[in-house]
Design a protein around this ligand. Sequence first.
Ligand code: GLC
Length: 740
Amino acid sequence: MKKEKLLDLLNQMTLEEKVGQLIQVAGETFLMDDVDTTTGPLKDLNLSNEMLYNVGSILNVVGSEKIRKIQDEYLSKNRLKIPLLFMADVINGYRTVFPIPIAQGCSWSQKVVHDCTRVSIKEAGAAGTNVNFSPMVDLVRDSRWGRVMESVGGEDPYLGEVFAKTMIEAYQGEDISKLGNAAACVKHFAAYGAGEGGRDYNTVDMSEKEFRQYYLPAYQSAIREGAEMIMTSFNTINGIPATVNQWLLRDVLRKELGFQGVVISDYSAIEETINHGVSKDKKEAAYKAIMAGVDIDMMSSVYANNLKELVEEGKVPEEVLNESVLRVLTLKNKLGLFENPYGNTDEEREKKILKSKENLEEARRLSAETFVLLKNEKQTLPLEKNKKIALIGPYGNNIAILGSWSMFSDKSKIQTLKEVLEEKIGSENVLYAKGSEILREKEMNQILSADGGNIIHIENEEEKEKAYLEEAIEVAKQSDVIVLAIGEHYRQSGEACSRANIEISQIQQNLLNELAKLNKTIVTILFNGRPLVLKDIAEKTDALLEVWFPGTEGANAIIDVIFGEVNPSGKLTMSFPQATGQCPIYYNHYNTGRPHINNIRFASRYQDIPTDSYYPFGYGLSYSKFEYSDLKISSKKISQKAPITISVKVKNNSNLAGKEVIQLYIQDLVASNVRPVKELKGFKKVYFEAFEEKEITFEITIDMLKFWNEKLEYKAESGEFKVFVGTNARDTKELKFELI
Ligand code: GLC
């Protein structure tokens, strides 16, 4: 529809109809047989029946049949035939589930992230999703926060920028109305990952300089790539909740970044400004949010019950309302919904494409690229096939390996590690024992009891633990090698899953401690959504493979890697701490005036643990052996006009082909403001044949040297720099150069 037509449509709309477009309700609202707004979830929304058929969008209803049914019924009752928008949380896959976003980022491959995203949105689009609440590009530094599992860029702003761009392009393509594409909603704007203490929804307070340097770039990259929607975050930013923060939403997002798309609040975040203490009631919350530029109120009744009155009283200029409504109508128009209210969904296509064989094969291939090999003593891995394997641990025969955002997944026929291992080496060579639960009853109920969830009771828990352990020891004694599958419960990471202790559960640690006494080779496979404190595990295991929550084909991918069909190539995008008390920890930190070197006493350190991370940012091993040499620089001096080139030789000094992520870091040695000891400025994931050597080059540009100073100017300052190239943020070769 032409823009003029949209304006005509807007002019025909009543005030109720305009307000309606800015309301999002839960999808099940329309799935009730007799949609009754006076009872159940609708009652809280206090929506009249007539108002219900004016709402602009619904949340988390998927499936061609349902969507067509709802759209038909809605349009039959909507006066101006303005179609509904269907929005959903397809975070790491729809029916076919891919590795969780932090894992995808650990591939350090734009292609892997792109392909996971493409298949996810093709499936979700076939099922009728118009807008996907992804990518989550919040920069994260504190592993106590459960939502680090969703961050595709981890602790680095550059990775965040790269993968934000990749995902927007993969979701939206050239035209969001085309088959296989959808609108992307980048989130959570902004700096949601910086909540104090790693506690979800908690306060965020930082200088504007830090915000611009670290937290803003990834959102900016998504907007530059054309993200159609952005979601405001639950947290405050410098004393004002993001959802009513005029500086953030009007000055930065609209004016400075030029964002013209739709702004949606996070779930009831507008109403929550009352809890924050910045709105005295729902009416003031509605006023502050619409004036800050929030277009859609997700799942609260604040706009529905107050906006009309605010406009009638003249407190909210109708023009402000019209701008929001027009942005929503424009998005619907871009999606082609006026011409085709069902989008690209149809049942035949849905049946054909969902969890298809090709998608599963993709998932298996991509999942293997996200694993990070953390330890491999004496080349324990890859395993030979003629071994008798004791498969032990609560993830040995468990399909709950999809992560916490897999609500649309098809769990049927997800294979467990046990099933795939038996297929691989024959069931006669697999000795299985559960070994332990993931959590004890008390720990599990700390999770389940929230929101009045059904708590569990484990009858004779201690006896069971003892029996599990004895069985595991028995099985292990008969084996050549132990494969231990342990990790976090999937409800331990994700939204509202902050933890004050990020170690593996005691019963799983006990299991490993007992198995370690047998002096057999142990390969530990780790299923988790966040960096954990791994010292006590790593020291008792010969090989340690981080698989995160690897998705539908995770078990197959794990077997492919541990038997060497695939050579692991993942690298960490978050530092793993020595202890929970070390959080937040990140590689691109400032040096301080008393860096902890040469074991001096009066230094910035903890007395009881080492100062460095246990595993550094960018770390990950391979079955190949990569050696770096011959770091060269094309000139010791760089100027505004002439960039310089860095080259390094990398050799795969092994008989196994593999991929290496060569990383480029820079340090500004002296500047007007303190600068990080290292900043990632480039990376290349390169394939090497056995014994192959390649020369890898990077260009250093002035842009890479710029930073936000105390006057909020973004510029480079002359002086000395270091450039580092290496296999992670710690193990690098370095040279100096000067900006003149
Ligand atoms: C949740 C999450 C957000 C999600 C939204 C809709 O609270 O914070 O990431 O997209 O609600 O489910």
